[in-house]
Every structure is written in C-alpha cells, then in structure tokens.
Ligand binder design. Structure first.
Ligand code: ATP
Ligand code: MG
Length: 569
C-alpha cells in the first residue's frame, strides 16, 4: 500500500461505512474490491477507482481485492490481465494474496442460476436478441411519459421448471448455436426500471475463454455476476460508478432471491477530464486508427501513456486524492493533473541544460582548445542532490529564441552589443552576427569577461538575462518530443451536428524536435530517467532512445496554468 496516499474526500461513502459499522452490519469489517474487465488498458479514470478502493480499505484497516471481471471471452485477453496487474503495482498498491477472477466462480454462478430456475425465478427464453429488445418496451421518459411502452411477456416466460432445467443444461452442453436461447431472470416486464424487465443472466458464446478454455460455452452477464462475486468474496462495500445506480435494484434482487451474504453497492461519479476521452472503446479506436502510436503513446490518458510521458505514480495518487469523490458527474480540469505532476517533479527532478533549437556562439577571446569544468547545482529544491561539473569551451549552443537582432522592448536576452549571463559560466557580450544568403542568422560571435566565472561580475554590474547553453564539442545530440493536449476541445466527447468526436483531435498535439543539443552527462541515461531542462520543462527519457542519441518526452512544461487559474478564482 502506498503509504503517502490519504483516501480522497468521500464523505457520503464514509458516512455509509460509519453507519454500517455502528449497526454492526458487517461486523465492523471494511472490504472493498477493484474489478477491472481485462479488455483494455487502465486509464486515469480507473486510477481514481483504484486509489479510492485501496485507500478506503487501508483507512478502515480493511482489505481490498483485485478481481478481474472476465465474463466476456469475445473481448478479453490475458495480456490485458498482465498489464492491469503491472499498472496497479506501479501505482503503488498491493492486493497481497487477494487476486481473484470472476471466471473462477463459473461453477458456483452456474449453480446459483440453477437454483433460481428451480425457484421459478429464471427461465430459458428462445426469442431472438432483436425480439427481446422489442419486447422489453421503452424506459420511462419523464419528459414525455406517454411515450413509455411497458414490456410484454415472452411467449416462453411460462415454461415449466423441468423444461427450463433441461434447456439450460443443453445450452451448457453446447447443443445450441449462439443466440438460440438465453437464460433470463423472471422479474417484472412492466417494471419502471428497464434493468428489472427480465434481464438476461446467461448467453451462449462459442469462444474459448483466456482462463477457462473450452470448458464453457455459456457465460454469465455482468449484473448477475458482479453482486454474486462480491458476495462470495465477502465484500462489504461495492463501490462503482454512477451508471450502475439503476442496476442496484437488480444487484440486490439476485442476492435477496438467493438469500446469500449481501454487500452494499455504493455509486460515485466517474472521472471526466478536460481535453481527453476516458472510455476504453474510444481509446481503442484511437489506437486502431493509428491516431496515436499505441496504448502507451505519451499523449494517452492511460497509465502506460502517462508513465511513458514521465508522470509519477505519486503525482497521480495526489491528483486522485485532491479531486475527491462525489455523487454528481463533473469534468476535472486537466491543468490540475499537470499541476500535481509539476509539483512532484519540482521536488525530485535534477536540473540540466538542453537547447531545443540550437544557435552556435563562438566566444572569440576564449582560448582555442581550452575546456573548463564548471560547477552546477543539481536541484535548488534539494541541497542533498549536490552539484555536477559541466564542460565549457570556446564554442557553445544557445537557444535561437534567446537572440534577437532587433530586440523588442522588455526582451532581456542576447542582442548585438548586449551582455547576458550564461548560467553557471560567464557573462558574454554579443559582438557579431553571421548570416547566410537568405539572411538567416547562422552563428553569433561574443566576448566573455574572464572575471565573471560562475556568472557574477566583481564590480557588481548587473545583466537582466540568464541563458542556458551547452558546450558545442561536448554536446549530446537528442530528440525532444513536445506534447500538447490530444484534443482541442474541452469536452471532446461532445461533437457538433454531423461531426464526430474525432474531429476534436488536436492536429498539433505532437511536435518532434530532432536537432536538440543537451548536456553530455545525459548520454546513456536509462528509459524513464527524469530531469528538468532549465527554463523549458520536465522531461523523461523515452524507450526509443539509443545510447548516442537519447529521446526525451516532455512530461509537462514549466509554466503552471493551474496555479494561475486557482489564483483567479
Ligand atoms: P470504460 O468506460 O473506460 O470502458 P469500464 O467501466 O468499462 O471503463 P472496467 O474495467 O469495467 O471499465 O472498470 C473497472 C472499474 O473502474 C469499475 O469499477 C469502474 O466503475 C471504474 N472506472 C472506470 N472508469 C472510471 C472513471 N472514468 N472514473 C472512475 N472510475 C472508473
Ligand atoms: Mg465496465
């Protein structure tokens, strides 16, 4: 368990748990679970649920299970199981020996289904999928209640128990094709809640399952499975997202009819984030259409993507804790997530120098062939991080944007005749500008003041600008990838008339800079190494790197828009 993570604010959940504890309903126990379906990779929305379930359990000295909800072999794969396990571990949570699979309970679930048939509470229906939908009627529409169509009974609803048991057995034994029959709960076809109109419990799927192989060709539906798995595992509080609120009567119905141990379902609002989508289906579409490079594309809101981009687990936990858990849907500003990331990286990232868009500077009065090693502070936020030595020589690179031939007012960086400080090095004055035939500046000439070593003048004269730089003969070539928001609209799920959510994609979300020059000490750093390029942002070494040519992902820029937004409020 990640020790630093306090549970997110979640008053209504705590009130419920506290009152259950007072009445002794669960004997004072608190036992939650995180129940992913292994049909995709985890995203930041799942992280909210992971943090909530594990930290609530920890706060009450309880337990949290990891349970794969693997009841649909058409979409599930074991590679997703493995990645989900790895992602939750990376987030810093531990389920110890409590790793479970809904598929391990298939026998037990089947027996429960048989019990319901025997009690006259379930029947085999032979209507087609289409007919079942038509017979179901429509939901109560509060705006126009006249439109509401109650469901009508299937002609097979009154099959006798013996016939139902026989058909269900034959379904299980593989005598029928997909869609020929289903098992349905016998509840109420006129129920105001659509979920209660004889929901399907089992359907035939003739596909091998990643864990049970060919053993089954009938698979239980989510609503039937979920509550019973919670019950089998002795879960006390089953926390789920709001869209399951009107499934709760069904969750309760199965448990009550079977008279088994009965956990409490509690719903909370899903996480929505601005400028991104958080639905596995949509994320999958981005991957399949090649609009991103994969599930771990650093622009993806997946745990893999954020991790590759350089987000830390601590920052994600901090974010989940700050947003809290509410009962109403809302959209959280992605700037808050970026703020949490910046906050964490600021404390821990070593500072280094790197030039995105290099412009060569020749320091004419610096002795040719001389190299000096200058001391640079690794992290002003952390004195224990110490210092490092960086080479300085006659030829260096500075940022092209740090020079203007014709500087506007308030431009305090380099310009002809202007003196600036080179960070940790010397003060230099621009004495010459070399241009190519198109008039593009290709090189600058400067003179340095040998008395300003370390960056300060003994006569106390001041300069306004301090530039980052790297020594040209020592510099390491690097590629820098700068990411912007994946979508240009705050709520990309919402598309205008005739438009698709994909039209909201930001065409400029990736900018690749291939000719960057960085400090030589960054050569050969392992993938995942994080640093701050001074004045530019936080970066992280990408797995695409080679020893000679590292690739850096910009995790987040230095400027904190969230701090600005929250000040304005
Ligand atoms: P998606 O809608 O992305 O497909 P899902 O709900 O189908 O997600 P599951 O694997 O079933 O994905 O989710 C596992 C758990 O994570 C569930 O308890 C679910 O409620 C929770 N969860 C999924 N998305 C979010 C979200 N955006 N915010 C909070 N919790 C979420
Ligand atoms: Mg789901």
């Amino acid at each position: 368990m990640a020790e630093s993570t306090a549970a997110p604010t979640s008053d209504f959940i705590r009130q419920r748990i506290d009152s259950d504890n007072q009445t002794g309903r669960f004997g004072g126990r608190v036992h939650t679970r995180f129940p992913p379906e292994p049909n995709g990779f985890l995203h930041i929305g799942h992280a909210k649920s992971v943090v909530l379930n594990f930290s609530i359990a920890a706060d009450y000295d309880g337990m949290c299970n990891l349970r794969f909800d693997d009841t649909n072999p058409t979409k599930e794969e074991s590679r997703y199981v493995e990645s989900i396990i790895e992602d939750i571990r990376w987030l810093g949570f531990d389920w110890q020996d409590r790793l479970f699979f809904a598929s391990s309970y298939f026998d037990q679930l089947h027996d429960y289904a048989v019990q319901l048939i025997q009690a006259g509470k379930a029947y085999v229906d032979s209507l087609s999928e289409q007919e079942i939908r038509e017979y179901r009627g429509t939901a109560i529409d509060r705006q126009s209640p006249v439109e509401t169509v109650p469901g009508k009974d299937s002609p097979f609803r009154n099959r006798g128990v013996r016939e139902n048991l026989d058909l269900f057995r034959r379904m299980k034994e593989g005598e029928f094709a997909e869609g020929e029959h289903v098992l349905r709960a016998r509840i109420d076809m006129a129920h105001p809640n659509l979920n209660m109109r004889d929901p399907v419990m089992y359907r035939i799927i003739r596909k091998p399952h990643h864990r049970t192989g060919d053993k089954w060709c009938i698979y239980p539906m989510y609503d039937f499975t979920h509550g019973l798995c919670d019950s089998i595992e002795g879960i006390t509080h089953s926390l789920c997202t709001l869209e399951f609120e009107n499934h709760r009567p069904l969750y309760d119905w199965y448990l009550d009819e079977l008279a088994v141990y009965h956990p409490q379902q509690i719903e909370f609002a899903r996480l929505n984030l601005t400028y991104t989508v958080l639905s596995k289906r949509r994320l999958l579409e981005l991957v399949q259409k090649g609009l991103v490079s994969g599930w771990d594309d650093p622009r993806m809101p997946t745990i893999r993507g954020m991790r590759r981009r350089g987000y830390t687990a601590a920052a994600i936990r901090d974010f989940c804790q700050r947003i809290g858990v509410a009962k109403a849907d809302s959209r959280v500003d992605i700037a808050l997530l970026e703020h949490c990331v910046r906050n964490d990286l600021n404390k821990h990232s070593p500072r280094v120098m790197g030039v995105l868009n290099p412009l060569k500077v020749v320091i004419d009065n610096y002795p040719e062939g001389q190299v000096e090693y200058l001391s640079a502070i690794n992290n002003p936020e952390d004195p224990a991080a110490g210092t490092r030595e960086i080479p300085f020589s006659r030829e260096i690179y500075i940022e092209r944007d740090d020079f203007r031939e014709d500087p506007p007012r308030k431009f305090f960086r380099l310009a002809p005749g202007r003196e600036v400080r080179l960070r940790y090095a010397y003060m230099v004055t621009c004495t010459g500008v070399v241009k190519d035939q198109q008039g593009q500046v290709t090189e600058l000439h400067c003179r340095y003041d040998p008395l300003t070593r370390g960056g300060n003048a003994p006569d106390g004269r001041r300069v306004r600008g301090t530039l980052h730089w790297v020594s040209a003969p020592h510099a390491c070539d690097a590629e820098l990838r700068l990411f912007d928001r994946l979508f240009s609209s705050e709520n990309p799920d919402k598309a205008g008339k005739g438009a698709s959510w994909l039209d909201n994609l930001n065409p400029d979300s990736l900018q690749v800079l291939r000719t960057c020059k960085v400090e030589p000490g960054l050569r050969g750093r392992p993938a995942g190494y994080r640093c701050q390029f001074e004045r530019i942002g936080y970066f992280c070494v990408d797995p695409d790197s080679t020893r000679q040519r590292p690739v850096f992902n910009r995790t987040v820029a230095l400027r904190d828009t969230w701090a600005r937004i929250s000040r304005r409020r």
